[in-house]
Write a protein that binds this ligand. Sequence first.
Ligand SMILES: *Cc1c(COP(=O)(O)O)cnc(C)c1O
Length: 354
Amino acid sequence: MSVARQSLMDRYRRYLPVSDATPSLTLGEGSTPLVAVPRLGKRFGVPGLHVKVEGQNPTGSFKDRGMVVAVAKALEGGARAIICASTGNTSASAAAYGAAAGLETIVVLPAGKIATGKLLQALVAGARVVAVQGNFDAALRVVRELAADERHPVTLVNSVNPFRLEGQKTAAFEVCDDLGRAPDILAIPVGNAGNISAYWNGFREYRAAGLIPDLPAMWGFQAAGAAPIVLGHPVAEPDTIATAIRIGDPASWDKAVAARDESGGRIEAVTDAEIVAAYRDLARDEGIFCEPSSAAGLAGVRKLAEAGAVPAGAIVVCVLTGNGLKDPATAESVIDAVMDAGISAAEVQEVLGW
Ligand SMILES: *Cc1c(COP(=O)(O)O)cnc(C)c1O
Protein backbone atom coordinates (compact mmCIF):
# COMPACT_ATOMS: atom_id res chain seq x y z
CA MET A 1 0.00 0.00 0.00
CA SER A 2 1.30 3.44 -0.90
CA VAL A 3 -0.22 5.15 2.11
CA ALA A 4 2.27 7.07 4.24
CA ARG A 5 0.02 7.68 7.22
CA GLN A 6 -0.24 4.82 9.65
CA SER A 7 -3.66 3.18 9.90
CA LEU A 8 -5.45 3.12 13.25
CA MET A 9 -5.03 -0.64 13.57
CA ASP A 10 -1.29 -0.36 12.91
CA ARG A 11 -0.76 2.64 15.21
CA TYR A 12 -2.26 0.85 18.22
CA ARG A 13 -1.73 -2.72 17.09
CA ARG A 14 -0.28 -3.98 20.36
CA TYR A 15 -3.44 -2.96 22.22
CA LEU A 16 -5.89 -4.41 19.68
CA PRO A 17 -7.13 -7.96 19.05
CA VAL A 18 -5.52 -8.09 15.59
CA SER A 19 -2.93 -10.51 14.26
CA ASP A 20 -1.24 -11.31 10.96
CA ALA A 21 -4.43 -13.20 10.08
CA THR A 22 -6.48 -9.97 10.32
CA PRO A 23 -6.94 -8.30 6.92
CA SER A 24 -5.66 -4.73 6.83
CA LEU A 25 -8.44 -2.23 6.35
CA THR A 26 -8.46 1.55 6.63
CA LEU A 27 -10.28 4.63 5.37
CA GLY A 28 -7.95 6.94 7.31
CA GLU A 29 -9.75 6.72 10.66
CA GLY A 30 -8.32 8.00 13.94
CA SER A 31 -5.53 10.51 14.64
CA THR A 32 -8.19 13.21 15.04
CA PRO A 33 -7.29 16.64 16.43
CA LEU A 34 -7.34 17.55 20.11
CA VAL A 35 -8.01 21.28 20.03
CA ALA A 36 -7.70 23.81 22.87
CA VAL A 37 -10.81 26.03 22.88
CA PRO A 38 -9.85 29.06 24.99
CA ARG A 39 -12.66 31.38 23.87
CA LEU A 40 -15.34 28.84 24.74
CA GLY A 41 -13.36 27.94 27.86
CA LYS A 42 -13.48 31.56 28.98
CA ARG A 43 -17.22 31.67 28.36
CA PHE A 44 -17.67 28.52 30.49
CA GLY A 45 -15.13 29.51 33.16
CA VAL A 46 -13.01 26.47 32.27
CA PRO A 47 -9.65 27.74 30.92
CA GLY A 48 -8.31 24.20 30.45
CA LEU A 49 -11.11 23.21 28.04
CA HIS A 50 -10.20 21.04 25.02
CA VAL A 51 -12.23 19.19 22.42
CA LYS A 52 -11.46 15.91 20.64
CA VAL A 53 -12.83 16.44 17.15
CA GLU A 54 -14.13 13.00 16.21
CA GLY A 55 -16.21 14.45 13.37
CA GLN A 56 -12.98 14.40 11.36
CA ASN A 57 -13.10 10.63 11.02
CA PRO A 58 -13.78 9.30 7.48
CA THR A 59 -17.56 9.07 7.83
CA GLY A 60 -17.73 11.99 10.24
CA SER A 61 -18.06 10.24 13.60
CA PHE A 62 -16.07 8.22 16.15
CA LYS A 63 -17.97 5.12 15.06
CA ASP A 64 -15.25 4.53 12.43
CA ARG A 65 -12.69 3.60 15.11
CA GLY A 66 -14.70 0.61 16.24
CA MET A 67 -16.15 -0.22 12.84
CA VAL A 68 -12.76 -0.68 11.18
CA VAL A 69 -11.82 -3.32 13.77
CA ALA A 70 -15.26 -4.99 13.75
CA VAL A 71 -15.31 -5.24 9.95
CA ALA A 72 -11.70 -6.44 9.71
CA LYS A 73 -12.48 -9.15 12.27
CA ALA A 74 -15.68 -10.06 10.40
CA LEU A 75 -13.59 -10.47 7.23
CA GLU A 76 -11.04 -12.53 9.13
CA GLY A 77 -13.87 -14.80 10.27
CA GLY A 78 -15.12 -15.28 6.72
CA ALA A 79 -18.23 -13.09 6.93
CA ARG A 80 -20.06 -12.10 3.75
CA ALA A 81 -22.49 -9.62 5.27
CA ILE A 82 -22.80 -7.24 8.23
CA ILE A 83 -25.90 -5.86 9.95
CA CYS A 84 -26.61 -3.10 12.45
CA ALA A 85 -29.34 -1.07 14.08
CA SER A 86 -28.51 2.61 14.18
CA THR A 87 -29.47 6.11 15.22
CA GLY A 88 -27.53 7.09 12.06
CA ASN A 89 -23.78 7.17 12.51
CA THR A 90 -23.28 3.45 13.02
CA SER A 91 -25.09 2.84 9.72
CA ALA A 92 -23.02 5.46 7.88
CA SER A 93 -19.84 3.85 9.20
CA ALA A 94 -20.94 0.23 8.65
CA ALA A 95 -21.98 1.03 5.07
CA ALA A 96 -18.63 2.68 4.27
CA TYR A 97 -16.41 0.00 5.81
CA GLY A 98 -18.70 -2.74 4.46
CA ALA A 99 -18.29 -1.27 0.97
CA ALA A 100 -14.51 -1.01 1.35
CA ALA A 101 -14.36 -4.62 2.53
CA GLY A 102 -16.65 -5.92 -0.23
CA LEU A 103 -19.34 -7.01 2.23
CA GLU A 104 -23.09 -6.69 1.96
CA THR A 105 -24.39 -4.21 4.56
CA ILE A 106 -27.89 -4.22 6.05
CA VAL A 107 -29.09 -1.39 8.24
CA VAL A 108 -32.24 -1.24 10.41
CA LEU A 109 -33.28 2.27 11.46
CA PRO A 110 -36.06 3.90 13.48
CA ALA A 111 -38.30 5.42 10.77
CA GLY A 112 -38.15 9.21 10.51
CA LYS A 113 -35.58 9.72 13.29
CA ILE A 114 -32.30 9.75 11.35
CA ALA A 115 -30.48 12.99 10.44
CA THR A 116 -30.54 13.45 6.65
CA GLY A 117 -26.81 13.31 6.05
CA LYS A 118 -26.39 10.02 7.90
CA LEU A 119 -29.14 8.28 5.94
CA LEU A 120 -27.64 9.51 2.66
CA GLN A 121 -24.20 8.22 3.67
CA ALA A 122 -25.58 4.70 4.21
CA LEU A 123 -27.55 4.72 0.97
CA VAL A 124 -24.75 6.17 -1.18
CA ALA A 125 -22.39 3.44 0.03
CA GLY A 126 -24.90 0.84 -1.18
CA ALA A 127 -26.27 -0.45 2.12
CA ARG A 128 -29.75 -1.96 2.12
CA VAL A 129 -31.69 0.22 4.56
CA VAL A 130 -34.86 -0.88 6.34
CA ALA A 131 -36.84 1.65 8.40
CA VAL A 132 -38.95 0.13 11.20
CA GLN A 133 -41.86 1.66 13.12
CA GLY A 134 -40.12 1.81 16.46
CA ASN A 135 -37.21 3.43 18.26
CA PHE A 136 -33.52 2.46 18.27
CA ASP A 137 -33.97 0.03 21.15
CA ALA A 138 -36.59 -1.90 19.14
CA ALA A 139 -34.37 -1.85 16.04
CA LEU A 140 -31.48 -3.30 18.08
CA ARG A 141 -33.72 -6.13 19.29
CA VAL A 142 -34.64 -6.89 15.66
CA VAL A 143 -31.04 -7.06 14.39
CA ARG A 144 -29.95 -9.20 17.34
CA GLU A 145 -32.66 -11.68 16.35
CA LEU A 146 -31.69 -11.54 12.67
CA ALA A 147 -27.99 -12.08 13.46
CA ALA A 148 -28.90 -15.18 15.49
CA ASP A 149 -30.75 -16.77 12.54
CA GLU A 150 -28.31 -19.36 11.21
CA ARG A 151 -30.04 -19.59 7.83
CA HIS A 152 -28.66 -16.13 6.95
CA PRO A 153 -25.11 -15.77 8.31
CA VAL A 154 -24.50 -12.11 9.03
CA THR A 155 -22.20 -10.40 11.55
CA LEU A 156 -23.71 -7.91 14.01
CA VAL A 157 -21.58 -4.74 14.15
CA ASN A 158 -23.42 -2.77 16.83
CA SER A 159 -21.38 -1.87 19.91
CA VAL A 160 -22.49 -5.15 21.51
CA ASN A 161 -19.84 -6.56 19.13
CA PRO A 162 -16.78 -6.46 21.45
CA PHE A 163 -14.43 -5.42 18.63
CA ARG A 164 -16.26 -2.10 18.37
CA LEU A 165 -15.29 -1.03 21.90
CA GLU A 166 -11.75 -2.31 21.34
CA GLY A 167 -11.34 0.04 18.40
CA GLN A 168 -13.07 2.94 20.11
CA LYS A 169 -10.71 2.87 23.10
CA THR A 170 -7.94 4.17 20.81
CA ALA A 171 -9.43 7.67 21.16
CA ALA A 172 -8.42 7.64 24.84
CA PHE A 173 -4.89 6.66 23.79
CA GLU A 174 -4.73 9.60 21.37
CA VAL A 175 -5.92 12.06 24.02
CA CYS A 176 -3.14 10.88 26.35
CA ASP A 177 -0.53 10.86 23.57
CA ASP A 178 -1.43 14.47 22.69
CA LEU A 179 -1.63 15.81 26.27
CA GLY A 180 1.28 13.76 27.58
CA ARG A 181 -1.05 12.70 30.41
CA ALA A 182 -4.72 11.91 30.95
CA PRO A 183 -7.10 14.86 31.32
CA ASP A 184 -8.54 15.55 34.77
CA ILE A 185 -12.06 15.23 33.35
CA LEU A 186 -13.26 13.45 30.20
CA ALA A 187 -16.76 14.62 29.23
CA ILE A 188 -18.76 12.63 26.71
CA PRO A 189 -22.32 12.16 25.43
CA VAL A 190 -23.95 8.88 26.44
CA GLY A 191 -26.42 7.03 24.20
CA ASN A 192 -25.99 3.28 24.02
CA ALA A 193 -23.11 3.88 26.48
CA GLY A 194 -20.46 2.04 24.47
CA ASN A 195 -18.15 4.99 23.96
CA ILE A 196 -17.83 6.05 27.60
CA SER A 197 -17.04 2.42 28.41
CA ALA A 198 -14.46 2.23 25.61
CA TYR A 199 -12.67 5.42 26.74
CA TRP A 200 -12.54 4.12 30.31
CA ASN A 201 -11.00 0.85 29.07
CA GLY A 202 -8.46 2.84 27.05
CA PHE A 203 -7.38 5.02 29.96
CA ARG A 204 -7.06 2.01 32.25
CA GLU A 205 -4.98 0.10 29.71
CA TYR A 206 -2.65 3.06 29.27
CA ARG A 207 -2.16 3.31 33.00
CA ALA A 208 -1.55 -0.43 33.27
CA ALA A 209 1.10 -0.05 30.55
CA GLY A 210 2.80 2.65 32.64
CA LEU A 211 2.13 5.40 30.08
CA ILE A 212 0.01 7.66 32.32
CA PRO A 213 0.14 7.97 36.12
CA ASP A 214 -3.45 9.10 36.72
CA LEU A 215 -6.91 8.36 35.38
CA PRO A 216 -9.54 10.99 34.52
CA ALA A 217 -12.95 11.37 36.10
CA MET A 218 -15.49 10.19 33.51
CA TRP A 219 -18.38 12.63 33.07
CA GLY A 220 -21.18 11.25 30.89
CA PHE A 221 -24.16 13.28 29.72
CA GLN A 222 -27.53 12.05 28.49
CA ALA A 223 -30.28 14.18 26.95
CA ALA A 224 -32.97 14.97 29.51
CA GLY A 225 -35.64 13.25 27.36
CA ALA A 226 -33.50 10.12 27.00
CA ALA A 227 -31.75 9.74 30.35
CA PRO A 228 -32.30 6.16 31.55
CA ILE A 229 -29.01 5.92 33.47
CA VAL A 230 -29.69 9.18 35.29
CA LEU A 231 -33.24 8.10 36.13
CA GLY A 232 -32.22 4.56 37.01
CA HIS A 233 -34.77 2.88 34.73
CA PRO A 234 -35.30 2.42 30.95
CA VAL A 235 -37.19 5.14 29.09
CA ALA A 236 -39.89 3.69 26.83
CA GLU A 237 -40.26 6.72 24.55
CA PRO A 238 -36.92 8.55 24.49
CA ASP A 239 -37.17 11.99 22.94
CA THR A 240 -34.50 14.59 22.14
CA ILE A 241 -33.23 16.75 19.29
CA ALA A 242 -29.92 14.91 19.79
CA THR A 243 -30.94 11.86 17.74
CA ALA A 244 -27.60 10.05 18.13
CA ILE A 245 -28.27 9.68 21.87
CA ARG A 246 -32.02 9.09 21.60
CA ILE A 247 -31.78 5.72 23.37
CA GLY A 248 -33.95 4.49 26.23
CA ASP A 249 -32.27 1.22 27.23
CA PRO A 250 -28.48 1.39 26.68
CA ALA A 251 -26.74 -1.89 25.83
CA SER A 252 -23.62 -0.95 27.83
CA TRP A 253 -25.52 0.44 30.82
CA ASP A 254 -23.59 -1.55 33.46
CA LYS A 255 -20.21 -0.73 31.92
CA ALA A 256 -21.01 2.98 31.88
CA VAL A 257 -22.07 2.93 35.53
CA ALA A 258 -18.83 1.10 36.37
CA ALA A 259 -16.79 3.73 34.48
CA ARG A 260 -18.59 6.47 36.39
CA ASP A 261 -18.13 4.86 39.79
CA GLU A 262 -14.57 3.58 39.38
CA SER A 263 -13.40 6.97 38.09
CA GLY A 264 -15.22 9.06 40.69
CA GLY A 265 -17.20 10.60 37.84
CA ARG A 266 -20.86 11.37 37.12
CA ILE A 267 -23.59 10.73 34.60
CA GLU A 268 -26.09 13.58 34.38
CA ALA A 269 -28.73 15.00 32.06
CA VAL A 270 -28.71 18.15 29.91
CA THR A 271 -31.77 19.66 28.24
CA ASP A 272 -32.15 20.10 24.49
CA ALA A 273 -31.94 23.87 24.99
CA GLU A 274 -28.60 23.48 26.82
CA ILE A 275 -27.32 21.15 24.09
CA VAL A 276 -28.26 23.54 21.28
CA ALA A 277 -26.75 26.54 23.12
CA ALA A 278 -23.42 24.71 23.49
CA TYR A 279 -23.56 23.56 19.86
CA ARG A 280 -24.06 27.14 18.65
CA ASP A 281 -21.49 28.68 21.01
CA LEU A 282 -18.85 26.14 19.95
CA ALA A 283 -19.32 27.06 16.30
CA ARG A 284 -19.38 30.83 16.94
CA ASP A 285 -16.52 30.99 19.46
CA GLU A 286 -14.24 28.38 17.96
CA GLY A 287 -15.29 27.63 14.37
CA ILE A 288 -15.94 23.96 15.15
CA PHE A 289 -19.18 22.50 13.81
CA CYS A 290 -20.32 19.37 15.63
CA GLU A 291 -23.64 17.58 15.52
CA PRO A 292 -26.13 18.36 18.31
CA SER A 293 -25.56 15.12 20.27
CA SER A 294 -21.85 15.86 20.35
CA ALA A 295 -22.46 19.07 22.27
CA ALA A 296 -24.01 17.23 25.23
CA GLY A 297 -20.60 16.93 26.90
CA LEU A 298 -19.92 20.64 26.46
CA ALA A 299 -23.37 21.52 27.77
CA GLY A 300 -22.75 19.36 30.80
CA VAL A 301 -19.35 20.87 31.54
CA ARG A 302 -20.79 24.37 31.26
CA LYS A 303 -23.58 23.49 33.69
CA LEU A 304 -21.29 21.83 36.21
CA ALA A 305 -18.72 24.63 35.96
CA GLU A 306 -21.49 27.10 36.81
CA ALA A 307 -22.30 24.93 39.81
CA GLY A 308 -18.64 25.11 40.90
CA ALA A 309 -17.94 21.43 40.21
CA VAL A 310 -14.94 21.91 37.88
CA PRO A 311 -11.73 22.34 39.92
CA ALA A 312 -9.62 25.42 39.09
CA GLY A 313 -6.91 24.60 36.57
CA ALA A 314 -8.50 21.32 35.50
CA ILE A 315 -7.67 19.94 32.05
CA VAL A 316 -11.09 19.04 30.62
CA VAL A 317 -11.53 17.17 27.34
CA CYS A 318 -14.98 17.09 25.73
CA VAL A 319 -15.46 14.45 23.05
CA LEU A 320 -17.19 15.90 19.98
CA THR A 321 -18.52 12.63 18.65
CA GLY A 322 -19.77 13.65 15.19
CA ASN A 323 -19.71 16.26 12.41
CA GLY A 324 -22.28 19.05 12.20
CA LEU A 325 -22.81 18.64 8.45
CA LYS A 326 -24.74 15.45 9.08
CA ASP A 327 -27.71 17.28 10.54
CA PRO A 328 -28.56 20.37 8.47
CA ALA A 329 -32.07 20.63 9.94
CA THR A 330 -30.82 21.47 13.45
CA ALA A 331 -28.28 23.93 12.05
CA GLU A 332 -31.09 25.76 10.25
CA SER A 333 -32.79 26.37 13.59
CA VAL A 334 -29.84 28.38 15.02
CA ILE A 335 -28.55 30.42 12.06
CA ASP A 336 -29.21 33.91 10.74
CA ALA A 337 -30.85 34.22 7.33
CA VAL A 338 -28.80 34.85 4.19
CA MET A 339 -29.03 38.55 3.19
CA ASP A 340 -30.06 39.15 -0.42
CA ALA A 341 -28.64 42.04 -2.43
CA GLY A 342 -28.31 43.26 -6.01
CA ILE A 343 -25.06 42.82 -7.92
CA SER A 344 -23.19 46.01 -6.99
CA ALA A 345 -20.87 46.97 -4.14
CA ALA A 346 -23.29 49.70 -3.10
CA GLU A 347 -26.17 47.26 -2.76
CA VAL A 348 -24.05 44.79 -0.76
CA GLN A 349 -22.92 47.68 1.49
CA GLU A 350 -26.53 48.59 2.01
CA VAL A 351 -27.52 45.15 3.36
CA LEU A 352 -24.37 45.12 5.52
CA GLY A 353 -25.41 48.47 6.98
CA TRP A 354 -22.09 50.12 5.99
C1 LIG B 1 -23.16 6.92 18.62
C2 LIG B 1 -23.07 8.35 18.99
C3 LIG B 1 -23.15 8.80 20.32
C4 LIG B 1 -23.41 7.88 21.47
O1 LIG B 1 -22.37 6.95 21.70
P1 LIG B 1 -22.70 5.64 22.56
O2 LIG B 1 -21.51 4.80 22.43
O3 LIG B 1 -23.92 5.04 21.91
O4 LIG B 1 -22.99 6.08 23.93
C5 LIG B 1 -22.99 10.14 20.58
N1 LIG B 1 -22.81 11.02 19.58
C6 LIG B 1 -22.74 10.64 18.29
C7 LIG B 1 -22.56 11.67 17.25
C8 LIG B 1 -22.87 9.30 17.95
O5 LIG B 1 -22.82 8.94 16.67
